[in-house]
Write a protein that binds this ligand. Structure first.
Ligand code: ME8
Length: 524
């Protein structure tokens, strides 16, 4: 039976800034999920792209002295280039300025209007241009008589005609869906659990505060104060609120409004991977808009944590923005990919430090995995005429091979929960087991005393390494691929299912070469 089709997304990034490590991180995590599911036999659609409308972008273009379209073309390209530099396997790259996207926004709006989910009213309130968000009076911070948003952004009092979406009416339904049990098709899952609790509490508070004025919970979804956006159908003085425009990208790419499009089978998204800053947009506005339009809501939103740089908040003004391209040039792509997902539990905040990076790479990749591979492959070269030994006595493999048999399932379970660090943890624990095994068995000493056992030990270690390399492919496609080359695993035998099919004994192995270089911390 065919495995279910899977849809993963990253946020679409604003083009008012150059890509940095935070953007690379979200997309990297999503890339690993996509690559893993493809290896596991699923058809996957992996989407990323850029968010190009709104007042912030209009202003950034103005500041750069450029026409907004020329400006967005240029900055969007930097994000597209990043997908290549980072080795992302995205199946599409969406830009919100594309005609297909504008058509999807107009179609969604039209459905919502027809269903009576959108109405015209007046909006007034404290608005922060920088955040593209309104804030309640009790959220503001006052300094020297000037009001600021909790994010530190300046706010101004704005009153304008606006269309509203009947968000309030959908909130109880969202709560119901958050609480459905695992496996229920209507469930909307928010991970990690702490974020789910936060979102629930936020909705509950809103429902309580506005129990007698539920319209206060409705969402202003159009603006007349700027032009750079998708025009509201039938009332062109308004452009759509940038978040309605932005969120719609996820269905645009799946073919909306053509629900007969080949890609529509991927909807609803299996996981929207986002940073914790935008969790409310994805868990409240977005599912409510979809339900109101009669469309299925996403199955899961995972909100990861925030990177700091050597203990400091990453910001342009501090001048400590980490450029992923420079990092890749210095340490190599796979090293950076490994470190980012290994170092910090996905969902928690993390600190980027060069020392931590070098320690991880040296300790786990160069010393543990690299040395193991090199020792095993060199011994096979020297002691087995460079040919893969026949499968030997299973008893000789013992606990190591029992662990290897369980490993793919353990990695799958962890990745199904977006626990990247734990997935790598189990692989590395198995690498350590293999290192302990080779020390105990000392196959170099068996050559004279028990060559049959030596061959069996090396064959078991080869099988273990094949499993490790196969499972590491999503994280380190280049290096894991090179390792599989050295193990003589054919290109068409590198999927999860292939792990059940042993390679024939006697095939020649190419001469081994080092897979990882050790980095000198002082020089780094
Ligand atoms: O919010 N650590 O775009 P954006 C970790 N266009 N992740 C970080 C990070 C950091 N220090 N900084 C940024 C937008 N990110 C909207 C999204 S989606 C329909 C519209 C990542 O360019 C993280 O994923 O501000 C965060 O959610 C995203 O970049 C914000 O990107």
């Amino acid at each position: 039976m065919a495995k279910p089709a899977i849809y993963y997304t990253t946020p679409i990034y604003y083009v008012n800034d150059r890509p940095h490590i935070g953007h690379a991180y979200t997309s990297l995590a999503t890339d690993v999920l996509a690559r893993f599911k493809r290896l596991d036999g699923h058809e996957v659609f992996f989407l990323t792209g850029t968010d190009e409308h709104g007042q912030k972008v209009e202003k950034a273009a103005q500041d750069a002295g450029e026409d907004p379209q020329a400006f967005t073309d240029r900055v969007s390209q930097a994000f597209r280039d990043l997908t290549v530099t980072m080795g992302f396997s995205n199946d599409d790259f969406i830009r919100t300025t594309e005609p297909r996207h504008k058509a999807a926004c107009v179609a969604l709006w039209t459905v919502l209007a027809e269903r009576g989910e959108i109405y015209l009213g007046d909006y007034e309130g404290w608005y922060a241009v920088r955040d593209e968000a309104f804030y309640g009076p009790d959220e503001l911070v006052e300094r020297d008589g000037v009001k600021f948003a909790p994010t530190g952004a300046p706010v101004e009092w704005v009153r304008e005609p606006s269309y509203f979406f009947r968000l309030g009416k959908w909130l109880p339904e969202l709560l119901r869906r958050f609480d459905l049990p695992e496996g229920d098709a209507e469930r909307i899952e928010i991970l990690p659990e702490s974020r789910r609790n936060e979102v629930r509490a936020f909705i509950q508070q809103g429902l309580k505060d506005f129990a007698d004025r539920p319209e206060k919970l409705d969402l202003s979804v159009s603006r007349t104060s700027f032009k750079w956006g998708v025009k509201v159908p039938g009332d062109e003085a308004h452009v759509m609120y940038v978040w309605v425009d932005a969120l719609t990208n996820y269905i645009t790419a799946a073919g909306y409004p053509d629900t007969n499009a080949p890609r529509w089978k991927f909807w609803p998204a299996d996981v929207h991977v986002v940073g914790k800053d935008i969790v409310r947009f994805h868990t409240i506005y977005w599912p409510a808009l979809l339900l109101a339009a009669g469309l299925p809501a996403p199955r899961r939103v995972f909100a990861h944590g925030w990177w700091t740089n050597e203990g400091q908040k990453i910001s342009k003004s501090l001048g400590n923005v980490i450029d992923p391209v420079a990092l890749v040039e210095e340490f190599g792509l796979d090293a950076v990919r490994y470190f980012l997902l290994r170092e910090v539990p996905f969902g928690q905040d993390g600190d980027f430090s060069r020392k931590a990076l070098v320690n991880r790479l040296n300790g786990e990749l160069a010393d543990a995995l690299g040395n193991l591979a090199n020792r095993v492959l060199s011994l096979i070269q020297r002691n087995c005429e460079g040919k893969l030994p026949e499968a030997g006595d299973p008893a000789v493999g013992g606990a190591l091979m029992a662990g290897i048999a369980a490993l793919p399932g353990q990695v799958r379970d962890r990745l199904d929960r977006q626990e990247f660090h734990l997935a790598l943890d189990v692989v590395m624990a198995s690498v350590r087991d293999a290192n302990a095994y080779i020390t105990v068995e000392a196959p170099w000493a068996l050559k004279k005393t028990d060559p049959v056992r030596m061959a069996a030990v090396l064959r078991h270690l080869h099988t273990a390494l094949r499993c490790h390399a196969t499972l590491l492919q999503p994280f380190m496609p280049g290096t894991a691929g090179a390792m599989l080359d050295q193990l003589a695993v054919p290109g068409d035998a590198r999927a999860m299912a292939d792990l059940d099919m042993p390679l024939p004994g006697g095939i020649p192995l190419p001469p081994p070469a080092p897979l990882f270089r050790k980095i000198d911390l002082a020089a780094a």
